[in-house]
Design a protein around this ligand. Structure first.
Ligand code: IPE
Ligand code: IPE
Ligand code: MG
Length: 258
């Protein structure tokens, strides 16, 4: 067990600039950027279009943003695509959203592979349709060996659900005698999150004008810099990303110290 953990942290250190997930990042370029892709419906409504047209335009914005993030040298880009609360939307909209991953990956997976991007997913598989999972699984498997930017889809993701499943697994390990209560640390919990392999986000970007987290990465965002921008997601582009990254570079991250 000890050996396994050591070799895992060794490969992670190599992968992430010799820094472990929980280590402070003082570089001017955020290692991990997380984006809440919000405002598709309002973008469409403003144009008299159905909400689905907004989701489609949001996909184009995603393509643009991935290219821009890659050029900026961001190591991990996590995008909030569907929350555990988004199931509460009308069935037709949910169905449309569930088809987007396969549509996006059908057109964009070749480019992602060519650019050495590694696809990952953070979220619960439960409740996701077969065709959605199949597309995501194919993308994950076929890019597993890639060493460039990580593109992490937060799909059927909820921060509370994530922490809850981590707590359950840890409790199970205690119940089975594999773990002592005193041995549970912040690292134990971190290692049971969907994002166990990833460093915490340095920068959170939310477009659309809303100023809230909406259950996104509640544990991981503890010390992230927050950036809210008054543009709907389908209008988001490389310049918006650049502006956020530049603002990030000017921030003084103290992590509670001086
Ligand atoms: C974000 O846009 C996409 C998802 C939540 C899946 P919205 O659909 O939330 O758009 P608004 O916020 O209603 O404008
Ligand atoms: C957050 O946006 C979820 C995604 C962008 C996938 P929502 O539109 O669901 O958030 P609320 O409802 O405005 O908080
Ligand atoms: Mg919204």
């Amino acid at each position: 067990m000890r050996l396994e953990v050591d070799s895992l942290s060794f490969s992670l250190k190599r992968f992430f600039n010799k820094k472990l997930p929980q280590e402070k990042n003082n570089s001017k370029i955020p290692r991990h950027v997380a984006i809440i892709m919000d405002g598709n419906g309002r973008w469409a409504a403003k144009r008299g279009l159905p909400r689905t047209a907004g989701h489609h335009a949001g996909m184009v914005a995603l393509r643009r943003t991935i290219r821009a993030a890659n050029k900026l040298g961001i190591a991990v880009l996590t995008v909030y695509a569907f929350s555990t609360e988004n199931w509460n939307r009308p069935q037709a909209e949910v169905d449309f959203l569930m088809r987007l991953p396969s549509e996006f990956l059908r057109t964009d997976l070749p480019e992602l592979r060519a650019k050495n991007v590694r696809v990952m997913m953070s979220g619960s598989r439960e409740g996701l349709p077969e065709y959605t999972l199949a597309a995501v699984d194919e993308a994950i498997a076929s890019t597993a060996g890639n060493t460039g930017m990580v593109l992490n889809f937060a799909l059927n993701y909820g921060g509370r659900a994530e922490i809850l499943q981590a707590v359950r697994r840890i409790a199970q390990a205690v119940a089975e005698g594999q773990l002592q209560v005193e041995e549970i640390t912040e690292q134990t919990l971190q290692q049971h999150l969907y994002t166990a392999e990833l460093p915490d986000p340095d920068l959170l970007i939310r477009p659309s004008g809303e100023v809230r987290l909406s259950n996104f990465l509640l544990w991981q965002l503890a010390y992230a810099e927050l950036w809210f921008v008054d543009v709907y997601w389908p209008d988001f582009n490389g310049e918006h990303l650049q502006a956020a990254v530049e603002a990030y570079g000017r921030r003084d991250r103290r992590f509670g110290g001086l």
